[in-house]
Design a protein around this ligand. Structure first.
Ligand SMILES: [Zn+2]
Length: 83
């Protein structure tokens, strides 16, 4: 499991190599009420960021296997698009 908090490029490189793993999109504060679990292949967390030029900033990305992420962040909600 790894957190990407500042380097959007590193996150994008991880995504490219781990499309079968999972990502939790979280507020920088890790607010437990606003965590969303995605497949790494989900289009909402891939490609061009919908807001601005970076994937990390006010939101961060926590990556790993589904089991790791669900164990560490049990309040994460499944994304309605990919899960
Ligand atoms: Zn998703």
């Amino acid at each position: 499991m790894h957190e990407y908090t500042v380097d959007s490029g590193a996150y994008e490189r991880w995504l490219a190599e781990h499309q079968d793993e999972f990502v939790v999109n979280a507020e920088r504060s890790l607010n437990p009420d606003n965590l969303v679990l995605h497949r790494a292949s989900c289009h909402t967390i891939n490609g061009t960021p919908s807001r601005g030029t970076t994937w990390v900033g006010s939101y961060i990305k926590i990556v790993g296997t589904r089991h790791e992420l669900e164990t560490e962040h049990p309040t994460a909600r499944p994304c309605r698009t990919c899960l």
